[in-house]
Write a protein that binds this ligand. Structure first.
Ligand SMILES: [Zn+2]
Length: 633
């Protein structure tokens, strides 16, 4: 049973025609609308019975014609959930009968066992959805939510069309069963992740990224013969980093109007990074490869999924996201193809250790035949030092710098690493290794992404979550954290003599405020510079790390030379699994895959990891090259 009309007929067998006024699809979910208040409020049990019978997700909503007037409903809702929940905004999507209520305290808004939500339904007939107001105001989240609500009518139609594609049966003649994986990028390289999965029926793209390191071939091979944009059914984005998401808006520039599946934090962080990509190109006097119009199209077409939420994306492809431990909202994608035909796990970027912020990647799956795994640190020597050592090293260096009256500059990546360091510093302060009044300044995109982190505490590990929920101790809201938001504030901070810690993007000292701080702080031996991420060949960061003794800065049309006298160090923490973690991850995987495909690593590291997995686990391994297609079934 996989044709729309058959599904509707099947559902209607169990319900009365008079009770249902409309049937709509929201992606793989089926929504029934009713004009009967009593049926909506009292007969959810019957819907559950139908769900059990037909094994599809069904939601019952009141018909937009019977719901309460918006102004009146807003008053009622505020009265029901009370002042303590602190409502910041309410959005009414009339066509879907959904009201989204943004509050500071979701638990209070929902009430004991959801009693407030029930009361809202009974009194207003609107279906309430409660969302958390970010603890730090986030312009990007506000504008994304605005785009979604402004386009709620379009979204209803788009989601219905997506559902029709999933349920309306097969477009192509199915003769023989096969599955093919083509690497359009990221094979034997880090950057431009884009992998096409083809079945007789479906065309699904896993990630669509750029190579942001400034290499000669920054874009994936979309001109490959098997990739036809008008045939593409779905795009799945594992996480927000540009090497996985940076080329998605380009698909919309060339006419793609299908869904992008990702988690909610991924949607928010990736939009911020996309907008930044456009801004950087313009600042450098280049024409950006896409504009904010296409970035908005991506937002309009996202379908967000939570971890472990199973969803059909085409008639024969069903996906489930699992935590990958890499950055906020980063997912591994489990892909179930056909009716038990084949199961693939695409890890994208993974971390197999508990970090300051996230839990380790998941390892238990219902079924698994082919594993696609990354190899950023796949070489046998790619072992990171223990975390505790890094911790002690950081404390020593900060204390030493403060004692001599200097400032500590930590250039960092906006997403992931910056937040790890903030939580690291918070822990050191809580354990009284650092003084609680030491000022921490945050500049550049680190701040915007930190704000997104505060909107989704449910994606963080249990330790941080309980800090936030039970002890009301949000590490991102320490009183000694300050935002640097303008050139004037930056200048004041530099001129003021007091010791402090400064976190600023970019992490490799290629553009962004970190370079500006370096210019002012470099010639004073009391200051310190701590690298916290990978320094690519050719970057200023790499040159200083290798001992560069003076730096030339452009000062208008003149050059201005600054000697590098500050103390230079690096801490080695990573959002990627190192060699040991990768091997452990494969060892713990249950069930064991029959085939392993390795990508996202330099050539030698991919090959080395492939050899070792084969030797240790007796599994067939392969390190494909770009444009290689592998038939896995
Ligand atoms: Zn990544």
């Amino acid at each position: 049973m996989n044709v729309l009309s058959e599904i509707i007929d099947e559902i209607m067998k169990h319900l009365s025609k008079e009770d249902v006024s409309d049937v709509a699809f929201e992606g793989a979910n089926i929504v029934l609308y009713t004009k009967k208040k009593k049926f909506f409020l009292e007969d959810q049990g019957r819907i559950r019975e139908v769900v059990n019978l037909i094994k599809k997700r069904i939601e019952l909503r009141p018909d937009p014609k019977i719901i309460m007037d918006e102004d009146e409903a807003e008053e009622r809702i505020k009265a029901i959930i009370g002042k303590e929940a602190a409502v910041s905004q309410m959005f009414f999507e009339h066509e879907r009968s959904i009201v989204t209520i943004e509050v500071e305290k979701p638990g209070i808004a929902i009430g004991k066992r959801g009693e407030n939500l029930q009361q809202i339904k009974e009194e207003t007939l609107w279906v309430p959805v409660v969302k958390r107001t970010p603890a730090i105001r986030s312009e990007i989240i506000e504008s994304i939510r605005a785009v979604l609500y402004e386009n709620s009518d379009y979204r209803r139609k788009f989601l219905h069309k997506t559902g029709e594609r999933i349920y309306n049966g097969w477009l192509r003649q199915k003769k023989e069963e096969w599955i093919r994986i083509t690497y359009l990028g990221s094979a034997r390289q880090v950057g431009r992740s884009a992998i096409l999965i083809q079945t007789p029926e479906s065309r699904v793209l896993l990630d669509c990224g750029l190579d942001p390191s400034g290499g000669p071939n920054p874009y994936p091979f979309l001109e490959a013969p098997e990739f036809r944009i008008n045939e593409l059914d779905a795009v799945i984005v594992s996480h927000a980093h540009l090497d996985h998401s940076g080329f998605v808006p380009y698909l919309y520039k060339f006419g793609y109007r299908g869904p992008v599946y990702c988690t909610a934090p991924t949607r928010d962080i990736m939009s911020l990074l996309h907008l930044d990509t456009v801004k950087i190109a313009r600042n450098e006097g280049q024409e950006p490869i896409y504009t904010s119009d296409e970035i908005k199209e991506v937002v309009k077409h996202t379908v967000t999924l939570d971890f472990e939420e199973v969803t059909d994306v085409t008639p024969d492809v069903r996906i489930t996201f699992h935590n990958s431990g890499h950055i906020l909202g980063s997912a591994m994608v489990h892909i179930h193809i056909g009716n038990g035909l084949h199961n693939i796990l695409y890890t994208a970027d993974l971390k197999y250790a508990k970090t300051q912020l996230l839990s380790p990647a998941a390892t238990q799956f219902p079924r698994l035949e082919t594993l696609m795994i990354e190899a950023t640190y796949g070489g046998r020597d790619n072992v990171l030092p223990p975390y505790k050592e890094q911790d002690e090293f950081l404390v020593d260096l900060i204390l030493r710098t403060i004692k001599r009256g200097g400032k500590v500059l930590i250039p960092t990546l906006g997403s992931g690493r910056g937040q790890e360091i903030i939580v690291m510093l918070e822990e050191l302060i809580r354990k009284k290794k650092l003084k609680e009044d030491i000022p921490i300044y945050i500049d550049g995109m680190v701040w915007d992404i930190t704000a997104i982190y505060t909107a989704y505490p449910e994606f963080l590990n249990s330790t941080v979550r309980s800090q936030i929920f039970h002890k009301d101790n949000n590490p991102f809201l320490m009183p000694n954290i300050h935002r640097v938001g303008s050139q004037k504030e930056r200048q004041e901070l530099i001129e003021e003599g007091a010791p402090c810690i400064i976190l600023a993007t970019s992490g490799m000292l290629v553009g962004g405020p970190s370079v500006q701080y370096l210019r002012e702080l470099a010639d004073n031996p009391d200051n310190s510079l701590i690298f916290s991420c990978y320094q690519a060949e050719g970057s200023l960061g790499k040159m200083i790390k290798d001992g560069l003794s003076e730096v030339n800065f452009k000062n208008g049309s003149k050059m201005h030379t600054v000697p590098v006298k500050l103390e230079v160090a690096k801490i080695e923490i990573s959002g990627h699994a190192d060699r040991r973690e990768l091997m452990n991850f494969v060892k713990r995987l249950n069930p064991k895959p029959r085939k392993v495909l390795i990508n996202h690593g330099e050539q030698s590291r991919c090959l080395d990891l492939a050899r070792s997995i084969h030797q240790q686990f007796r599994i067939e391994t392969l390190a494909p090259r770009n444009l290689d297609a592998i038939r896995v079934r």
